[in-house]
Design a protein around this ligand. Structure first.
Ligand SMILES: Cc1ncc(COP(=O)(O)O)c(C=O)c1O
Length: 471
């Protein structure tokens, strides 16, 4: 109650301050108490919030005043140009997948699922329990909470065929999200200046992580059926690369799911070349018509390093991922993770473990499957109806995205800007290519807010495309 009215007082006073001259005196606490019917504590809380935002200053015994705006003096940061030199690689702008857009924009660009697809009740209850427990004040082991390591290991063990040794809890290192795990894997297993084979197109964040680590990415043509094994074999042979980063299940962006034959062939290739497969199982919980079976479950020789994220399926606020690696690779990974961040918040690990071990988690995943199917099909149907020039080569069997090919003549930057100004945000596919894009693509996410607006989003996209002459 207090929170609500103090929020309203803050909002109203912010508006008032916006037009008031610097130094203007705010209404007294007593006047605000009378006006809002709030308690003095609530009013003080609102004034403190405005103070913390730098908008007002209190003079004890005198009152609260609009803070004088300090005239911004232009700073000269030119010396930094000399200190930093030219960047070693092109600095990417904020990825489309991470952009926040105004609420009235139909968001088909985003990378993270909408709140209505999260197990919100489970997450809130888990935070409540965790806040009362030891993890709120303790330090977990560097590799992760043993119970969470055991959960990640067991998830892989349930898929492990007879005759293959399942991973043990000690093979798991917990990371604050799989983006962090990718950074570590690239640094620890590949290293600056050395080649890393990647699918093309592939996840923009992996391209970014490789660039930051100084790793040289070598693109291997891939598509809605996964990478071309012949091209992969040639790339291994020609570059001497010792690692291949790939997403065998519902790849971001193509939606590809590798057929069993392709998975076998890739496993053979990494074994033959004494290499690692860095398997990014980001969409493990987002199966729609199929369920991912990690390649890592079929390898006990340490060739497959497996990354499983819970960030998108549990909550973007609970950034937790498990990385499975065996042998010296695991030691290198743990050393890098410690240098980077020492350990992952035990509170977040406890919350993640609490959520995924509740019986209601399974029920949630079943309902999520249906919701994703419905959303995917609504967006597909809307594209067929309103964007006839768009081509979706394969309907993804899981994941969160459609990979949409547009006519080659499309001016993508103009299309994206045009869409956004008419009320729909889309992501241009170029970010997902480690080299030049091989066509005009959009990545459309069907897990964003308000699926009821997807048809309108597609209609706006179709209109923007038609303005470029495509039908
Ligand atoms: C393919 C892929 N891998 C990894 C990540 C990063 O996941 P996390 O949020 O766990 O860091 C993403 C996020 O978009 C992704 O799409």
């Amino acid at each position: 109650m207090h929170n609500d009215s103090s929020g309203r007082i803050v909002a109203d006073l912010r508006e008032w301050i916006a037009t008031a001259p610097p130094g203007a005196k705010l209404p007294s606490t007593r006047a605000l108490v009378a006006e809002y019917g709030a308690s003095p504590v609530t009013v003080q809380k609102a004034l403190r919030a405005l103070g913390a935002q730098g908008l007002v200053e209190s003079r004890p015994g005198v009152g609260t005043f609009v803070r004088a705006v300090r005239v911004a003096r232009p700073h000269d940061y030119g010396w930094q140009t000399a200190a930093l030199g030219a960047p070693p690689h092109r600095l990417p702008r904020l990825s489309a997948a991470l952009r926040t857009t105004p609420n009235d924009v139909i968001a088909l660009h985003s990378g993270y699922p909408d709140r209505e697809l999260l197990p919100e009740r489970l997450v809130r209850a888990a935070f409540g329990r965790a806040a009362r427990g030891d993890s709120a004040v303790g330090r977990p082991p560097a590799a992760g909470l043993p119970e969470l390591q055991a959960w990640f290991a067991n998830e892989l063990a349930t898929e492990t065929p007879l005759g293959v040794t399942p991973p043990s809890p000690g093979d798991i290192v917990v990371f604050p999200g799989s983006q962090s795990g990718l950074n570590t894997a690239f640094r620890a297993l590949v290293g600056a200046g050395r080649p890393l084979l990647v699918e093309s197109p592939t996840y923009w964040g992996a391209i970014l992580a490789a660039a930051q680590a100084g790793v040289r990415t070598v693109p291997v043509p891939s598509g809605t059926h996964g990478p071309d094994p012949e091209a992969l074999a040639r790339a291994f042979a020609q570059t001497g690369a010792r690692a291949f980063y790939a997403q065998p299940h519902f790849a971001n962006p193509t939606g590809a799911r590798w057929a069993p034959g392709l998975a076998d062939r890739v496993l053979d290739l990494v074994r033959e070349h004494g290499a690692f497969l860095i398997e990014d199982d980001w969409a493990h919980d987002f199966g729609i018509d199929a369920d991912p079976v990690p390649l890592a479950a079929r390898d006990d020789q340490g060739h497959v390093v497996h990354l499983r994220s819970l960030t998108k399926s549990v909550s973007p606020a609970v950034r937790i991922a498990g990385l499975m690696a065996r042998g010296p690779a695991r030691e290198r990974i743990l050393a890098d993770a410690q240098a980077e961040a020492m350990y992952v918040s035990g509170l977040l690990q406890t919350v993640a473990l609490d959520v995924v071990t509740q019986p209601a988690w399974r029920t949630h995943l079943r309902s999520l499957r249906h919701q994703l199917a419905a959303r995917r099909d609504v967006l597909l149907g809307a594209l067929w109806e309103h964007v006839p020039a768009a081509h979706v080569e394969t309907v993804p069997q899981g994941g969160l995205n459609l990979w949409v090919r547009l006519p080659d003549t499309t001016d993508l930057p103009r299309l994206v800007a045009d869409c956004e100004s008419s009320g729909v945000a889309v992501a241009a596919g170029g970010e997902w290519f480690p080299a030049e894009p091989t066509g005009a693509y959009l990545r459309l996410n069907y897990s964003g807010p308000n699926p009821g607006a997807f048809p309108e989003g597609a209609r706006l996209l179709g209109r923007a495309l038609a303005r470029q002459g495509a039908r």
